[in-house]
Write a new protein. Structure first.
Length: 195
């Protein structure tokens, strides 16, 4: 994230997304496939790392092997094989949704994972229990830990959607999209930007 200043002098927190042009590698129609969809590809890779079906799609679209291939159903823009989709579909002021995978944080305790306050605070004679979960289960009735109890465990690495993000600025010559607010994922990770 970074920040920019508007014409009124107000500072706005923004995220810069590099949105390279996507190549249309397959067009699905309701007549041939049962539904309408576009398959888009991005990023170059060695052909030996592609499957035969992917290589067939790339050959029909007359493009090199691509690293990321994703199908988008019910796409509203009419495109043909080999065409590219660039930042022209967006305009400044549009609201978009950004879908990505959050940062993986590994095994974490209840304070970081669920926002627990710890046991008893700093007083009451507890010197090493500030980040402990506290009591977990019932007494004799139940005599077990109930399913779904919020406990320590693996955190992050989940698919998340950030909605209602405004496009502040578009740099078409550099393929950069400046979005107001934060988006899920670490630096350098891939995200989907939807209108």
């Amino acid at each position: 994230m970074t920040s920019i200043f508007g014409t009124d002098g107000k500072q706005t927190a923004v995220t810069i997304i590099e949105a390279a042009p996507n190549v249309v590698t397959q067009v699905k129609t309701k007549e041939s496939d049962g539904y309408n969809a576009l398959q888009l590809a991005l990023g170059d890779k060695n052909e030996k790392h592609s499957t035969k079906s992917e290589l067939n799609h790339f050959a029909k679209a007359q493009t090199s092997a691509k690293k990321f291939v994703k199908e988008f159903r019910d796409y509203s823009i009419e495109k043909t094989l080999g065409e590219t989709i660039s930042l022209d579909i967006f305009a400044e002021g549009d609201d978009v949704e950004v879908i990505g995978t959050t940062k993986g944080k590994g095994f974490q305790g209840v304070v970081k994972r669920h926002g627990f306050g710890g046991v008893g605070g700093q007083t009451h004679g507890q010197h090493d229990r500030q980040r402990a979960p506290g009591s977990l289960g019932n007494s004799s009735t139940g005599a077990r830990v109930i399913k779904g109890m919020r406990m320590a465990g693996r955190t992050g690495g989940n698919r998340k959607k950030a909605g209602n993000l405004e496009i502040v600025k578009i740099f078409g010559d550099k393929n950069l999209l400046v979005v107001k607010g934060s988006i899920p994922g670490a630096k350098g990770s891939f995200v989907y930007v939807e209108k």
